[in-house]
Write a protein that binds this ligand. Sequence first.
Ligand SMILES: NC(=O)c1ccc[n+]([C@@H]2O[C@H](COP(=O)([O-])OP(=O)(O)OC[C@H]3O[C@@H](n4cnc5c(N)ncnc54)[C@H](O)[C@@H]3O)[C@@H](O)[C@H]2O)c1
Length: 482
Amino acid sequence: MNRNRRKFLRHLAAGSGALAAGLPSLAKVVGASDESVYRSEIMQDKKQTFNMCGYAAPKIETVRVGVIGLGMRGSDAVERLSYIDGLEITALCDKYPDRIAASQKTLEKMKRPKAKEYSGNDGWKALCENAPVDLVYTATPWSLHTPICLAAMKNGKHAATEVPAGKTIDELWELVETSEKTRKHCMMLENCCYDFFELLTLNMVRNGMLGEIVHAEGAYIHELGKDWLFNKKAYADMWRLKENIGQNGNLYPTHGLGPIAQCMDINRGDRFDHLVSMSTADFSLNALAKEMAAKDSFFNEYTNRQYRGNMNTTLIRTHKGKTIILQHDVSTIRPYSRIHLLSGTKGAAQKWPGPARISFGHSWLKPEELKQLEEKYALPIVKHIGAIAKEVGGHGGMDFIMDWRLIDCLRNGLPLDQDVYDAAAWSCPFPLSQRSVAKKSRTVDIPDFTRGAWKTNKPVDLTLNGGGTTGVREVKPELKMQ
Ligand SMILES: NC(=O)c1ccc[n+]([C@@H]2O[C@H](COP(=O)([O-])OP(=O)(O)OC[C@H]3O[C@@H](n4cnc5c(N)ncnc54)[C@H](O)[C@@H]3O)[C@@H](O)[C@H]2O)c1
C-alpha cells in the first residue's frame, strides 16, 4: 500500500470511531496508536523550521545547573558535576525534601555553595520557570523526562535528560519542535556512547577499519528483579516496576542503540527506516510478585498484573539497508550485556560477552594486538579526560566523560555530541516496539525526526577542537565517589 493511501486510511480511522470497530487492524494499540502514527506522518511532512544538528548555542562561561530527581542516579550526578570547573549547581529539586538535603550535603562536602531548593510534585515546574539556571539536568522517572525538558526549553534553559527522552511519538516530536523553536539544546544523557570500547570502535569505524558497517547488535540486558524492581528501597514509589506493567516492548532502547547509531551515522548520512518487534511472554515477573506478596502484603497489588514479556527483540532496518538487532530484558537470570556488536565489510567488534574483541578475519585479535589498536585509535577526549574520569567514577568513568563533555561544549559554544534528533530516534523504539508487538510483530515505520536533514547533516565531531578548556577539581581520596 502506498504512503498516501495508508495516510488516507489512517485519517479515516482517526476521524471515525465506527471504522475502528469494524477494522481490527486500525484499532488502537498500546505504545503508538493509529492516531499518533498519523500525527507523526503529518509532522514528518512539515518543513524543518531550524536544524539543531550541529547547532552551536552562545558560550556560557559558568554553566549554572539545576538537577531534578535526586534518587540513585541524580544524587550521583550532583557529585560528578561538582568536580567540573566553570559550573555551579544552583538549584536542586526532588519530590522528597530529604533527598534534596542529602544532595546539599554532597555540595558541602565538595566545598560548593548551597543550591536553591524546589520540592514536592510540581517543584520542577517552579525550577524551570524561576531558578537561575542555564541547564536543567533531569534524572527523574521516565514519565517526567519530556515534560521537564519542554518546560526547561520554553523557559530559556538548555535541557539534558536521562534516558529515554520520551515515551510516546507525540512527546518525541514535541521535543524536536520545541528545541528547534527555542534553539535550546535537548540532549539525552546517553552515557554508554562515552564508554571506552564504544569510543574506540566509533573512531575505528570513522577511520574505515571495519569497512562499511552492515549489521549491528545492541541491548540492555540487566537482571533487575528482586534487588531493584521489587525492592521498596530502590526506585522511588516503585516507578520502574510499574513501568513494566501494561507496556510490552523495548522500554529501554537507548543504551544499546546510541553507540551503534553513532557508528552507523544515523541522522547524519543514514536513518532508521522501519522496525519489527517480538516479545516473549512473562515467565518470571508475576511469579516473583507472588513470591514477594506471600511474605509481604505490600506486594499484593503487583500480583496477577499484565507484565511485560521478559525478552523483547526488535529488528531495525536503516534507509541504506543496514540492520540492527536490539534486545531488552530486565527479568531473566543472566549476566549483564549491551552486546555492542558491529559487523562491517572489513572487520567486526563485540563487547559482550567479554572480553571486548576486534576481528579482521576468522578469529578475534590477541589481547596485545587489541591493546595496540586501543592506543592508536584512542580519541582525543579519552586521552584528555579518560584517566580523570576513571578516578571520579560513574560506570567506570563514562558518566563523567559525558558530563564533562556536555559542560565543555556549553562553555565553548560547541554543538553537543547528541542532539534532539538523536534523543528522539534512539528513544522511539519505546512506543514503536510496543506497537509492533501488539500487532503480531508487524512492520512499523520509524519517523524521520530530522525531516530530511539526515541527508546532509555532518557526522558527530570526534575532535576536541574549539574546546577542551574545562578544568576538573583534584580528586582527593576522601572525595572519591563510592
Ligand atoms: N544512564 C544510566 O546509566 C542510568 C542508570 C540508572 C538510571 N538511569 C535513569 O535515571 C533516571 C532515574 O533513575 P533512578 O535509578 O535514579 O531512580 P530513582 O527512583 O532512584 O530516582 C528518581 C528520583 O526522582 C524523584 N522524583 C519522582 N517524582 C518527582 C517529581 N515529581 N519531581 C521531582 N522529583 C521526582 C524521586 O523522588 C527520586 O528521588 C531514570 O530515567 C533512569 O532510567 C540511567
